[in-house]
Design a binder for this molecule. Structure first.
Ligand code: PRP
Ligand code: URA
Length: 209
């Protein structure tokens, strides 16, 4: 599928397996999410535009590439997406951070918005939406809808685990969005949880139940 990138790096796969383990505690879970975010961010940002600038080394003056043009906006979907923000800030410390608050109704599984604040001007930025889980795709599609309504044009979505249903829906509704997936899992269960998945990402990152 064009614009869908499923990671195959062994380090990412290894760390995702550790995340899945129900005996992995909050502290280790957070660290693993952050490490996976750095590894995935490295892949997701490989098409950032460059421009040459003049730099004087101890030997001579040369033209050398730096990241150019549109600035980055990291946009976590609350809550669980917060776990991936520090990873992308490690890679691009000058990035701005927006927030989209969504929760899934436990019965209908429909996303509900409770917060949205994006850095200006969003239309001039590359927006990287981060959320560890892409299940039905409802939350991801709503987040991308908000960003587009506010003028966002260049959007990437990064998740650690996706269900086939959610990946297909996000790609169908937003074929222009580049989607980065750490691992594509088997299916959703009747509660719209990803199988085998890792459980509730927000609860595991923040130690809630
Ligand atoms: C989780 C997850 C995604 C969403 C994915 O959040 O972090 O945002 O579910 O499910 P979907 O693809 O079916 O929409 P949740 O609503 O549990 O909120 P939380 O992060 O605050 O726990
Ligand atoms: N949200 C999660 O945190 N986990 C799932 O498996 C599905 C949605």
């Amino acid at each position: 599928m064009e614009n869908v990138f499923i990671m195959d790096h062994p380090l990412i796969q290894h760390k995702i397996s550790m995340l899945r383990d129900k005996n992995t505690g909050t502290n280790e879970f957070r660290k693993l999410v952050e490490e996976i975010g750095i590894l995935m961010g490295y892949e997701a940002l490989r098409d950032l535009p460059l421009k040459d600038v003049e730099v004087t080394t101890p030997i001579e003056t040369c033209m050398t590439p730096v990241i150019s043009g549109r600035k980055l906006a990291i946009i976590p979907v609350l809550r669980a997406g917060l776990g991936l923000v520090s990873s992308l800030l490690t890679l691009v410390p000058s990035a701005k951070v927006g927030h989209i608050g969504l929760y899934r109704d436990p019965v209908t599984h429909e996303p509900h918005e409770y917060y949205c604040k994006l850095p200006d001007p969003i239309e001039e930025r590359i927006a990287v939406v981060v959320d560890p889980m892409l299940a039905t795709g409802g939350s991801a599609c709503s987040a991308v809808d908000f960003i587009k309504q506010k003028g966002g044009k260049n959007i990437k979505f990064m998740c650690i685990i996706a269900a086939p249903e959610g990946l297909e829906r996000l790609h169908r509704e937003h074929p222009d969005v580049q989607i980065y997936v750490g691992h594509l899992d088997r299916e959703l269960n009747d509660n719209a949880y990803i199988c085998p998945g890792l459980g509730d990402a927000g609860d595991r990152i923040f130690g809630t139940k």
